[in-house]
Design a protein around this ligand. Structure first.
Ligand code: FAD
Length: 180
């Protein structure tokens, strides 16, 4: 078994991989858990030219300006942006007064989503957060659901050292467009 895999508490791979590279359950680097910058550093390391590697290894911190090349699998950031776009857009089209059945289905969807999310380290944290009573999905109206999703997103923003988004403006960002 790998030293650091999805069953361990530590997310990052052992020293032979550059900082920021996360392993999956199969013991191989997990692409959807790793930024494209760390992935590129790993590929460079594998070129077996240590002097070049030492000079050019990029930082493992968030590097939103770097995108995976077109047609390549998503890195942790591209996957995240696309996922939040989908999730917030779902809240934007959610009924103002949803049926009991839809509310139930929505809560189920979020639970399943948290288990299937391709970045396993992200998924585990999200599941842990969802399991706290006060964080249970609020799906009784569009506004409740939109604000709840904003709070869920803010939780990740804070974890990653990013600024919190003003949840009073979730609808402008994701449904109506900004008021001028
Ligand atoms: P994103 O955070 O992707 O945001 C996209 C856009 O949404 C922003 O440009 C902004 O306009 C808007 N926005 C920002 N915050 C809010 C908000 N609170 N409410 C409404 N709109 C908002 N990445 C990791 O590295 N580690 C993790 O553990 C991790 N966990 C994640 C868990 C989940 C469930 C998801 C969906 C993603 C996770 N990510 C994680 C990805 C991470 O949240 C970002 O998507 C990624 O870092 C790219 O960030 P970004 O700065 O481009 O903007």
């Amino acid at each position: 078994a790998p030293q650091h895999s999805r069953d361990d508490t530590q997310a990052e791979a052992p020293k032979k991989f550059p900082k920021g590279v996360v392993l999956g359950a199969d013991g191989k680097p997990c692409r959807s858990c790793t930024s494209v910058a760390s992935w590129a550093a790993m590929i460079k390391q594998q070129t077996k030219n240590p002097s070049t590697i030492a000079k050019s290894t990029p930082p493992a911190v968030s590097t939103s300006s770097i995108e995976p090349p077109d047609g390549c699998p998503p890195d942790v950031e591209q996957l995240g942006r696309s996922s939040w776009t989908l999730l917030h857009s779902i809240t934007a089209t959610y009924p103002v007064r949803p049926s009991q059945e839809l509310q139930h289905e929505t809560a189920k969807f979020l639970s399943t989503f948290s288990k299937l999310y391709p970045c396993w380290t992200c998924a585990e944290d999200f599941q842990r957060w969802l399991a706290v009573d006060t964080n249970a999905p609020r799906v009784s109206s569009r506004d409740e659901f939109g604000r709840w999703m904003c709070e869920a997103h803010n939780e990740v923003n804070v974890k990653l050292g990013k600024e919190k988004f003003d949840c009073n403006r979730w609808e402008e960002r994701w449904r109506t467009g900004w008021k001028d």
